[in-house]
Design a protein around this ligand. Structure first.
Ligand SMILES: NC(=O)c1ccc[n+]([C@@H]2O[C@H](COP(=O)([O-])OP(=O)(O)OC[C@H]3O[C@@H](n4cnc5c(N)ncnc54)[C@H](O)[C@@H]3O)[C@@H](O)[C@H]2O)c1
Length: 362
């Protein structure tokens, strides 16, 4: 399989960077690292066990290894990582290399943006979710006790190496989670990308490397276009939050790390479709059912009941709505929703009337 290279141009003031998507790409990380004084590799225990050696002996030596999972995306771990960067004698010409899922990208990107007021970062995403979404676009964050992603920065990477070979070792639930985030992007761009998930769900589920490369490339291309139009999420970039206010409500209600992000996004997409239907913004009446059918074909949850059954989480509509009211995208207490109108078209900043969410979620 040949490499697909996509340029991301976040804004006039920031350098364009390349996202490379293909097989065996982790071996290229050393080439990027060669121009830097020191490299600091940040990974988690699961990923280190499977993929650290693919970075080669020089980079794979003495990484910082975090506990896997969302629970590591906190201020205490961030501080420990920054201390460890300082103790490793990093300077302004040093590079952070993240090797892992969205948690490692978000935390490593934030650490790179803070250390000495900002050093370079190379993302090597190893989950489907991080390859299609978290590694591209420059958002970094940690969670605070009152909500997810509440402290963060915009810090664009110098490059992204999305090695689809790493996806072979992903646990099934995490792989499916990435498909949830990919479906969100496909709903924003239209038929071509959606067809890959809808028409070839089985082969995608079997992790055919060619299909995965096409899927990641399609999502990255779409995100690159959106980020180029609106790096700081003042307008069109908000579309990328399709399904996410619902998902954050679900994740907050279930408790941190209980439900993989993309699984919550999957249910969030179904809810966004039903909400669009209930409040009259829908232009294509068939869309909510189509979303739910694709979720089914991809073996993703469609409802709070599905999530409760799969993850043993205690999820009530009231609890989820309470979580949604804390979402940072809304004005105090009122969630601002992104709702689908038709394939490729969304309504932004939709503030639901009192009682509407209760009706849809019930
Ligand atoms: N910055 C952004 O734009 C953005 C976008 C979407 C999501 N996110 C964030 O991403 C996070 C979720 O990311 P995630 O789903 O990748 O979770 P994650 O980083 O926790 O990874 C999921 C699990 O998979 C394991 N894993 C990772 N790669 C593996 C591999 N190749 N083989 C075997 N195991 C592997 C990890 O150890 C972990 O247990 C959330 O915190 C979310 O907020 C950020």
């Amino acid at each position: 399989v040949s490499v697909v290279a996509i340029d991301v141009a976040p804004s006039a003031s920031e350098a364009t960077y390349q996202v490379r998507i293909g097989r065996g790409l982790l071996a290229e990380a050393q080439d990027t690292a060669d121009g830097f004084s020191h490299c600091f590799v940040l990974t988690d225990r699961n990923v280190a066990a499977q993929h650290l050696k693919s970075l080669g002996p020089a980079l794979g030596h003495e990484p910082a290894v975090l506990e896997p999972g969302e629970a590591s995306k906190n201020a205490a771990t961030l501080t420990a990582v920054l201390e460890s960067m300082a103790a490793s004698d990093l300077d302004r010409q040093s590079l952070v290399v993240t090797l892992g899922g969205g948690v490692i990208c978000d935390l490593g990107g934030l650490a790179a943006s803070l250390f000495m007021r900002g050093i370079g970062v190379l993302h090597c995403p190893t989950t489907l979710l991080a390859q299609v979404d978290a590694s591209v676009g420059g958002k970094t964050a940690i969670n605070l006790s009152s909500g997810r992603n509440l402290a963060g920065t915009f810090h664009q990477p110098l490059a992204v190496l999305a090695d689809v070979d790493t996806l072979a070792t992903l646990p099934e639930i995490e792989f499916r989670s990435g498909l949830g985030e990919a479906l969100k992007t496909a709903l924003l761009v239209g038929e071509d990308l959606l067809h890959l998930l809808e028409g070839q769900a089985e082969a995608v589920g079997e992790r055919d490397p060619d299909l995965l490369q096409a899927l990641v490339a399609g999502c990255v291309r779409a995100k690159a276009d959106i980020v180029a139009a609106d790096e700081r999420e003042e307008g069109p970039r908000k579309a990328l939050n399709l399904g996410h206010t619902f998902a954050h409500g679900i994740e907050t209600a279930a408790g941190p790390g209980r439900i993989p992000h993309g699984q919550a996004v999957a249910v969030g997409l179904a809810m966004a479709g039903r909400c669009a239907e209930a409040c009259g913004v829908l232009e294509d009446d068939t869309l909510p059912e189509r979303i739910e059918a694709i979720l089914g074909a991809l073996d993703l949850p469609r409802s709070l009941q599905d999530l409760a059954a799969a993850f043993g989480a205690d999820l009530t509509p009231t609890g989820v709505i309470l979580g949604m009211r804390h979402d940072k995208k809304g004005r105090a207490g009122t969630p601002a929703l992104v709702l689908p109108r038709s394939l490729g078209k969304v309504a932004l900043d939709f503030e639901p009337e009192d009682g509407l969410l209760e009706k849809v979620l019930a």
